[in-house]
Design a protein around this ligand. Structure first.
Ligand code: GUN
Length: 311
């Protein structure tokens, strides 16, 4: 690595996400005009986690702004699993609701897997239901988790055909790492899934034409782990103390990814920044999934939401 290397092209996820939201908004308006149907998204939050409260408020506002119905169900921390399952059964049966999202994390007393698997797979806009994980694994149409879906859209936009490229996914979560690996396989990549127990993680990363970082460890992936010219997708959103010691002492924070951005940008060909990379794609894909779920329920063809320039 040298400081004279041309800087990587930043991948503008914020702009791409806005384009996707605009296409969803237009498709929703046409659906309303043609069929009199408004897609509906129900978001369920249990407890008072402040970060979750912010996410849920944001999801509600963005859903309404896209011309869809938004219902937010705020339940107390003391909610039992049976009460939550009863609400999900109601939402499954509600024909005005096409998407259901249960905000995670749930209180420790509730079995999150049991709750996620109680959501009708056809309304599972998070794509977390075991049936949707299975559909993705075998290549059947289903609902795909939003963050990996947004990441693959950014990759296709940046690189075009991904066939034959070696993709290394660092992280094996059900929410990001595993579905990301499936999506990359479906694009004909050669896929390596690495994780905290992998031997020689830097060496594995150095083989990657496409490096996807989804480990949740601030700036763990260093510049010298990156193959020159590689495309880097940083899924991490980590809050760390401000780099200014005075501000840090006041408790001020900043967001960083799982990749040491400044170092990586000197080596990579293209890289998603944090914030403004993958993050904005997650909510855009949630809106897209809600529209797609509504189309499938109604038996109408979903409009193609890919940008005009995509293949
Ligand atoms: N909590 C943090 N991110 C997510 C997400 O994408 N979906 C859900 N349901 N909960 C979350």
């Amino acid at each position: 690595m040298s400081d004279t290397h041309a800087a990587a092209r930043p991948i503008d996820g914020k702009a791409f996400a806005q384009g996707l939201i605009d296409r969803v908004t237009a498709a929703v308006a046409r659906m309303k005009a043609a069929h009199g149907i408004v897609p509906g998204l129900a978001v369920v939050i249990v407890g008072e986690d402040p970060a979750s409260q912010v996410y849920v408020r944001n999801k509600g506002e963005r859903t309404l702004a896209a011309g869809m119905r938004s219902d937010t169900h705020r339940l107390p921390e003391s909610t039992t699993q049976a009460e939550l399952l009863a609400l999900i059964a109601e939402l499954n049966a509600d024909t005005g609701i096409h998407g259901i999202l249960v905000q995670l994390p749930l209180p420790a007393a509730i079995d999150a897997n049991a709750v996620l698997d109680a959501i009708s797979p056809d309304k599972d806009v998070d794509g977390f239901h075991v049936v949707n994980a299975g559909r993705l694994a075998v290549g059947q149409p289903g609902l795909v988790p939003c963050t990996p879906l947004g990441s693959i859209m950014l990759l296709k936009d940046a690189l075009g055909d991904l066939s034959g490229l070696h993709a290394v996914v660092v992280g094996r979560s059900n929410i990001v790492g595993k579905p990301m690996a499936q999506l990359l396989l479906a694009q004909n990549c050669t896929v390596t899934v690495a994780h905290s127990r992998s031997r020689d993680l830097p060496g594995l990363c150095r083989q990657a034409d496409i490096l996807v970082a989804a480990v949740g460890r601030p700036e763990m992936i260093r510049g010298d782990w990156i193959k020159p010219g590689a495309t880097v997708i940083d899924v991490g959103i980590n809050r760390v103390p401000s780099s200014d010691p005075v501000k840090a002492a006041e408790g001020r924070t900043r967001l960083v990814g799982d990749v040491a951005y400044a170092e990586a940008a000197r080596v990579a060909g293209a890289i998603t920044p944090v914030p403004g990379g993958v993050g904005p794609m997650t909510i855009a894909c949630l809106l897209a999934n809600t529209y797609v779920a509504a189309c499938r329920t109604l038996g109408v063809a979903a409009e193609d939401l890919a940008p005009a320039s995509a293949d």
